[in-house]
Write a protein that binds this ligand. Structure first.
Ligand code: FCB
Length: 422
């Protein structure tokens, strides 16, 4: 037996582009043009994890491992390959997938936006322009028309700020623009689109719960005795972790990082959120640098000797508690919508899971309104900017042998920890 609440949702998360296959979207075009090479890694997408074909047996594995929920996303580029032209076959498959999850008694949590776009999107109505909102809503309406009666748990946007920083700040995701002002306009429009999507979902189903998934990082000064490290940690923390929470509580999007970002505009979100999803992975250190164009550095360290993932991220379980506590200040339910580790050594994932599940236990004990935990990820998959070397899956995918699946010990550990031994 275990001591977790009976209705707690235990799940695994994924996103369409990272696991499906046969997709033609802004990322695949970007890759074909060789633009990922700029990251020095040249990640190769090719076939994701073949989930578009193997979804049924993948869902059987979720059932076998006795998880009671699954977070996934619909691929906008599949559903609306041309503006206003919808692909019935694609939505039909998502319908079948949802029905099968429901048959298995696995509660779907559906993400409507998870980083990828139809090829036409950035040309026609990029996020920094206001007509992006209607574009997104027309896609959402179509999805709701077909899936709305089956699903009652939605994430409108996955990590809008992470996406905007990559696409408009660093320029490493399509459309590859480097302009902080446009970036803030993109975030603004995305949040406005969230609000409208929230209203649409409520029109379909008053009982449905809708939130966003927000990446949160535990920032600390590199040197807590260096005033500039401390100051910049504050600026960055407010910008990265707090700004979107504040937008919901203050009806205003406000950002300020000296020399880099300055934005302040009313945004009537009007409490349109039922839960706040926290995607938590790691801690980072902030080190000030005397350079106007880039006045700080962000670093990973292993100061507490908790370990480092295969892609350099520091394991820092207590950060999850800190972030959940902050998110709960909004006064809404909270979910861990993502948490996980890139590790070829599965023992490291077991340790990671164990430590983070202890934090889940602690958060519940302390009375945080936490309703579920989704491990990232169900399957080994394509990681943005990293490719397939980053192994986040609870289920192994053998890319050399027809995408063959095998359940990892960490998945068994997760199943046992959350269901009890019986
Ligand atoms: C998050 C993304 C998710 C995955 C994990 C590792 O930022 O939402 O798609 O790539 O990181």
């Amino acid at each position: 037996m275990n001591d977790f609440p009976k209705d707690f949702l235990w799940g695994a998360a994924s996103s369409s582009f990272q696991i499906e296959d046969g997709i033609e979207n802004d990322f695949t075009v970007w890759e074909r043009q060789g633009l990922f090479k700029n990251n020095g890694k040249d990640p190769v997408y090719s076939n994701g994890s073949n989930h578009w074909k193997q979804w049924k047996s993948d869902f059987d594995l979720i059932k076998e491992m006795r998880l009671n929920s699954y977070r996934f996303s619909v691929e906008w580029s599949r559903i609306e390959p041309q503006p206003g032209v919808f692909n019935q076959k694609a939505i039909d498959q998502y319908k079948q997938m949802t029905d099968y999850l429901l048959d298995l008694n696995i509660k779907p949590m559906l993400t409507l936006f998870h980083f990828s776009h139809p090829v036409w999107f950035h040309e026609k109505s990029p996020w920094h322009k206001a007509d992006s909102i209607d574009r997104f809503l027309s896609f959402v309406s179509y999805v709701l028309k077909h899936l709305g009666s089956k699903i009652d748990l939605y994430v409108t946007l996955n990590e809008p700020l992470v996406w905007a920083l990559a696409a408009y700040g660093e320029g490493v995701f399509p459309p590859g623009i480097k302009d902080f002002n446009k970036m803030m306009n993109a975030v603004y429009n995305m949040l406005a689109a969230h609000k409208e999507a929230y209203k649409l979902i409520k029109q379909h189903n008053k009982e449905a719960k809708t939130g966003i998934a927000k990446n949160m990082i535990c920032f600390q000064p590199y040197d807590s005795f260096t005033l500039m490290d401390v100051l910049f940690t504050k600026f960055i923390d407010i910008f990265y972790n707090q700004m979107i929470l504040n937008a919901f509580s203050q009806n205003r999007l406000k950002a300020n990082i000296p020399f880099l970002v300055n934005f302040n505009k009313p945004l009537k979100l009007d409490d349109s959120i039922d839960f706040f999803g926290v995607n938590y992975y790691y801690r980072m250190y902030v080190k000030w640098k005397p350079a106007l164009a880039a006045p700080f550095e962000l670093l990973f360290e292993n100061r507490d000797r908790n370990g480092i993932s295969d892609i350099g991220w520091e394991i820092y379980p207590n950060g999850l508690y800190k972030m959940l506590k902050r998110a709960s200040a909004l006064g809404k339910d909270i979910f861990v919508t993502e948490n996980g580790i890139a590790a070829r050594d599965d023992k490291l994932r077991i340790r990671y899971l164990d430590r983070h599940l202890q934090i889940i236990r602690k958060s519940l004990k302390k009375g945080l309104p936490l309703k579920g935990y989704y491990h990232w990820s169900l399957l080994d998959n394509y990681e943005w900017l990293e490719g397939k070397d980053a192994r986040f899956g609870l289920i192994k995918v053998d890319y050399e042998d027809n995408f063959k699946r095998s359940i990892k010990d960490s998945m068994k550990f997760y199943s046992k920890s959350t269901n009890g031994n019986s």
